[in-house]
Design a protein around this ligand. Structure first.
Ligand code: GLC
Length: 789
């Protein structure tokens, strides 16, 4: 007898239909469709039988782009679709396929023998060249380059996620089946849109193959053949959606712990920040603020929440409340009663009863966030917190976590009544967290229209960036996790999730002064910057280790606030193009093998290079500077790139470098983002090169972008001969810029210059000891040209 679950490679194929952008092929058992979705994006679908699923994707928000009609070829042996950017070829005899770029270079090859189905499971495999690197895949442990590992995409609540601590650990909280393949300086993207559990063997079982298996569902591969990492991530985030601009306060420093257990303690923490003059924008309420962990409530230790929140608001603090999915199974609890009345909970295998699991509140039911009505109901419940003054929602435990079972989640045969029709939990599992974040974001917007929501989520699937930022869950206060968080954030950024961060200082276990300082120094340059620790650990607020440590922490938090104009421009860029905010070196240097291999440094935008200290006792570290010229941010010392240098790093110094020609806009130190406006922007210019800055400004609160409620302009800087030129393009958009003056600060200057602005000479200042040459320009919406001669 034949084993029904044995893998059956696709056999000989023939063409069954040809359309303007697509080709359909059939074998005895399967149907394959090849299409060009955009010039640089192909799709390969394969299904058992003859009918493709018509279920809408949870991830994909756009699936066709205007393009010149592709060439569709149907030969005897091979068929192909060719666009201006690439070509997807398929071999009819055995199912081998090849993706090429416009230059004809082979970007990737699908292995014939491993394309097809085995029982419920579906498989694909790609050939890997010897030096090919694999990046992305959302949030996974291990080195930045995933080559040689095996990872499972199955969202799971896991404590202390280090490969060292859990060598067998293959899954984390987020599942993003999108990878970037780096081969000889060329990048190719591959996305398998299928939320079922996927296993990615990244050259482990066979060193020359990348094998992917999905437990169920169709083969639905998107193949990206763009010409750079940036282009591929741009297209991927057009496909799966982009990060909406967060409120400006989201970019500040945030303080959290499990838990600030009483209102008095929260006030004390807030008071400490202001008294000690350590900038901070948000304080978090972990699960102890609730009445016995009943979601959307405040318990006895928070007697007058509205008053507390109003007082904190007065001091410039936003409050973010944790919102877990599990609803306490207490018949007297209003949220449970209303949820039941709305039939809003996930059902058990019978499809008739609500499934009851166990989380913090004890026995709990799980809202079915895959259902639009359940999401709308959740938003109504959440609105009560908004009315009290809660400014943001922290969606935790949304894998979902379940203490009742060894699998740590819901049984695979639970039933969802999803927007896309009935689904088993096995199929809905990986989208559950993302759909919870969606409920939270859409609810927040429905009840406070026009105000940018703030949602932070632990779990997610491809496209989660449309709804929430991701933090990397329960790390530990150990050095290995500081290093691991760096690669996790870089790979999240490559996977469309530009807004991400890790628990600063480490969550589990007690941190120590040195680890806190080093972690905070690095995190000041990560998109999300939140200090958080576990129940029963020692305190790790910036002042917890005495005045010298506090002073270093304050200085780096202040630097973060000074850099907010630069960071805000990067967030705006990411909102427009999907670009990572925090980038691996190869984002800008894909053809440099040493840059590709660097997993312990990163670029913030194109121009700031951060080389964090990731080990205890290190007073220096090797830093790889990619080609070009770089300046030490602190000393101004110039370095030629394309080599390693040794960077001094006493405890108060984070090795930080600026690319020659960079424009780094910086603002004033303030205690929170709402304290005052940046009327003077310090435009730090670093010589010997040229760059462009996409300046972006808006009110930082409302969603007014669609109607032009921003002020943008291109600012260009270039050194020309012995002088330099700074150009402000005309300002666009209806927002009236808050900038009154640009204070231009040319760094590493060796002499004074004669400065003209739009032809008229203006006064300037040169300080030889610091190498700073500076002058001020009144802001205007019309173009401004400053010449330094
Ligand atoms: C989970 C979260 C953690 C939180 C804790 C209590 O472990 O990951 O951040 O503090 O639950 O709510």
């Amino acid at each position: 007898m034949k084993d029904a679950t044995a893998f059956r490679p696709v056999g000989a194929l023939r063409v069954s239909a040809v359309g303007p952008r697509r080709l359909r092929l059939v074998s005895i058992r399967e149907t394959i469709e090849l299409s060009a979705v955009a010039e640089d994006l192909f799709r390969l679908r394969m299904v058992r039988g003859r009918k493709f699923s018509e279920r809408p994707s949870w991830a994909v928000v756009r699936d066709d782009w205007p393009m010149a009609p592709p060439r569709v070829e149907t030969g005897k042996e091979t068929v192909a679709i060719e666009t201006g950017a690439g070509r997807l070829e398929f071999h009819l005899r055995d199912g081998r396929w090849v993706l090429r770029d416009a230059q004809g270079a082979e970007r990737t090859t699908g292995l014939a023998k491993r394309l097809g189905f085995a029982g419920d499971a579906a498989r694909v495999a790609l050939a890997l060249t010897e030096t090919e690197g694999i990046f992305g895949l959302g949030e996974t442990t291990g080195p930045i380059n995933k080559r040689g590992l095996r990872r499972e995409l199955w969202n799971i609540d896991v404590l202390g996620h280090s490969p060292g601590i859990h060598p067998g650990l293959h899954s984390l909280y987020v599942a993003i089946p999108f990878a970037l393949l780096l081969r000889d300086g060329r990048t190719t993207g591959i996305f398998w849109d299928n939320p079922a559990r996927q296993t990615w063997d990244l050259g482990q079982a066979a060193p020359d193959a990348l094998g992917v298996t999905a437990d169920s569902g169709e083969i639905d591969l998107y193949l990206f053949v763009g010409s750079s990492v940036a282009e591929i991530v741009d297209r991927y985030t057009e496909l799966t959606g982009r990060m909406p601009l967060p409120p400006r306060w989201a970019l500040g420093y945030h303080q959290c712990r499990y838990s600030y257990e009483t209102a008095a303690r929260v006030r004390e923490i807030a008071g400490n920040f202001r008294r000690r003059e350590i900038p901070c924008d948000a304080i978090y309420l972990d699960i102890h603020h609730m009445d016995e962990y009943r979601v959307f409530t405040f318990g006895k230790t928070f007697p007058r929440p509205a008053k507390l929140l109003a007082d904190l608001d007065e001091q410039g603090f936003k409050v973010v409340a944790i919102v877990d999915p599990g609803v306490k199974d207490d018949p007297n609890f209003g949220v449970l009663r209303r949820g039941r009345a709305r039939r809003a909970f996930v059902k058990d295998a019978t499809g008739r009863r609500d499934y009851v699991g166990r989380v913090w509140p004890g026995e709990s039911r799980f809202p079915d966030f895959t259902n639009a009505q359940a999401r709308a109901w959740w938003g109504e419940e959440q609105a009560r917190l908004q009315q009290l003054g809660v400014a943001g929602f922290w969606n935790d435990m949304n894998e979902p976590a379940n203490f009742a079972l060894p699998s740590k989640t819901l049984p695979p045969d639970c039933r969802h009544d999803s927007d896309a029709g009935p689904l088993s939990h096995a199929v809905a599992h990986n989208v559950y967290g993302m759909q919870m974040a969606r409920a939270s974001r859409e609810g927040a917007l429905a009840h406070e229209p026009g105000v940018r929501p703030f949602v932070i989520s632990r779990a997610g699937y491809a496209g989660v960036q449309r709804y929430a930022l991701i933090w990397t869950g329960d790390n530990s206060s150990v050095w290995e996790h500081l290093a691991d968080s760096l690669q996790m954030l870089l790979n999240l950024g490559l996977s469309g999730v530009a807004f991400c961060g890790a628990d600063v200082g480490g969550f589990l276990e007690n941190t120590n002064a040195e680890l806190l300082v080093r972690w905070l120094q690095m995190a000041a340059f990560t998109p999300f910057f939140r200090n958080h620790t576990n129940l029963d650990t020692i305190n790790q607020e910036p002042w917890a280790f005495g005045p010298p440590v506090e002073a270093i922490c304050r200085r780096y938090i202040e630097l973060r606030y000074q850099l907010l104009p630069y960071l805000y421009c990067l967030f705006a860029e990411s909102h427009r193009t999907g670009a990572a905010i925090m980038r691996p070196l190869f984002w800008h240097h894909a053809d440099d093998p040493l840059a590709v291999a660097t997993g312990d440094q990163f670029l913030l935008g194109a121009n700031l290079l951060v080389a964090p200290i990731l080990q205890p006792g290190n007073g220096a570290r090797a830093v790889y500077l990619p080609r070009g010229e770089w300046f030490d941010f602190w000393s101004g010392e110039a370095h030629t790139g394309g080599r390693y240098i040794l960077a001094p790093a006493p405890l108060d110094r984070l090795p930080l470098y600026v690319r020659a020609g960079a424009i780094i806009p910086m603002g004033a130190v303030r205690q929170h983002t709402g304290e005052s406006k940046d009327e003077v922007i310090n435009l730090h210019l670093w010589p010997n090169g040229k760059t462009e800055l996409a300046w972006h400004e808006d009110d930082g609160v409302t969603i007014d972008l669609a109607t032009g409620g921003y002020s943008t302009r291109t600012i260009r800087f270039a050194t020309v001969g012995r002088g330099a030129r700074l150009d402000f393009g005309a300002a666009q958009g209806s927002f009236v810029s808050e900038v009154k003056r640009w204070r231009v600060i040319l760094r590493c200057a060796t002499r004074p210059y004669r400065v003209t602005v739009n032809g008229g000479q203006i006064p300037a200042r040169f300080v030889a000891e610091t190498g700073v040459f500076s002058f001020e320009i009144q802001n205007a919406v019309s173009p401004i040209v400053a010449r330094l001669a």
